[in-house]
Design a binder for this molecule. Structure first.
Ligand code: DGY
Length: 333
């Protein structure tokens, strides 16, 4: 064994990630790298073993970073760097209490996720999955005036719940389709300069107004104690019966039983989900039995260069944390 490993900082990467990130970590020369180089998540018991004595942990949203894990790691742990913008899987009260820096990957996946959101909205609204299925199963009879119709996007009102980086980018992408109004809910009203980024502009409204007036409702909130389960029976009952609901944030913001009922009973027209609870969604889940619900396997940021940018930003966060420097992108409580 190399004696110099004793001085090296111990790092664990919990999954097969883009090679560029591994190169960055290796190039620092000061790390001893343990690499769970697999397509599948590291089992919890294996993770708890391997974190012991770590200085830095590079993880994904599949790893729950809680007090049990931080205890197993030990007091020398300096940094947890997740290859995701969301950090609801990391207990920030626990990391903060222990003085552990947490890195995440905002910004680099905004465009990819916003584009996927628009794609999912269009696929749901124009019933593309259902329609393509009809071609294959013989359901395509002849051209019919009333067949495969969905609600109209042009001149519609779009409601964005959570008007941050991704919510704004979604509105910017939808504006050229001729959407007439953008309504948004956020903790705070954004400055007019931000509202104007969306043509002609976006209006800050209360949630009830957004739900009552929107033809499309898109969720872009972080998953927090305040947003968990917020899209519930009450919320769906305030939407238009013609409304399309889209969620590319976190499955946990939706009460899925209530969503199922709303879709089944026609309380809302349709839904497109890129995120669910659990993930993967079991193939016999009731939501998958509905024609008016499109479910994608959490692919919002799945573009090659986007994933590479996320992975390398996470690597730079990790190295900065190990060096005791401020992180390029630090998650805050
Ligand atoms: C994230 O980054 O939080 C996404 O869910 C995965 O891209």
């Amino acid at each position: 064994r190399n004696m110099s490993n004793g001085q090296k900082q111990k790092v664990l990467v919990t999954r097969n990630v883009p090679q560029a990130a591994i190169e960055i970590i290796k190039s620092s020369q000061s790390c001893h790298l343990d690499y769970w180089n697999s397509e599948d998540p590291i089992p919890r018991d294996e993770l708890l073993k391997r974190v012991a004595g770590l200085d830095g942990l590079y993880c994904l949203l599949t790893e729950k970073i809680d007090s049990e894990l931080l205890d197993a790691a030990g007091p020398q742990l300096k940094v947890v760097s997740t290859m995701s913008v969301g950090y609801d899987h990391i207990s920030l009260p626990e990391t903060t209490k222990r003085g552990i820096a947490v890195g995440h990957t905002p910004g680099v996946l905004t465009d990819a996720t916003a584009t996927l959101t628009v794609a999912l909205l269009l696929v749901t609204q124009r019933r593309l999955i259902e329609a393509a299925g009809e071609v294959k199963n013989g359901g395509w009879g002849t051209w019919k005036p009333l067949w495969m119709c969905g609600p109209t996007l042009t001149a519609s009102t779009v409601g964005i719940v959570g008007f941050g980086r991704i919510g704004i980018a979604v509105a910017q992408r939808l504006a050229p389709f001729g959407v007439s109004r953008f309504l948004y809910c956020d903790v705070n009203k954004k400055p007019q300069s931000v509202e104007k980024l969306v043509t002609p502009n976006a209006e800050h409204v209360d949630m009830d107004t957004l739900l009552r007036e929107s033809d499309f409702v898109s969720a872009h909130t972080a998953l927090t104690l305040e947003t968990a389960g917020m899209f519930n029976k009450d919320v769906f009952s305030k939407m238009k019966r013609s409304a399309v609901f889209v969620n590319t944030s976190r499955g946990g913001v939706v009460n899925q039983e209530d969503l199922y009922e709303a879709l089944k009973s026609g309380q809302i027209w349709g839904a497109g989900l890129d995120v669910t609870v659990p993930e993967p969604l079991p193939t016999d889940h009731p939501l998958l039995s509905l024609n008016n619900c499109v479910v994608l396997p959490h692919i919002g940021s799945a573009e090659e260069s986007t994933r590479e940018a996320m992975a390398t930003l996470a690597a730079r966060n990790l190295l900065a944390g190990l060096a005791g420097e401020s992180l390029p992108a630090q998650a805050k409580l």
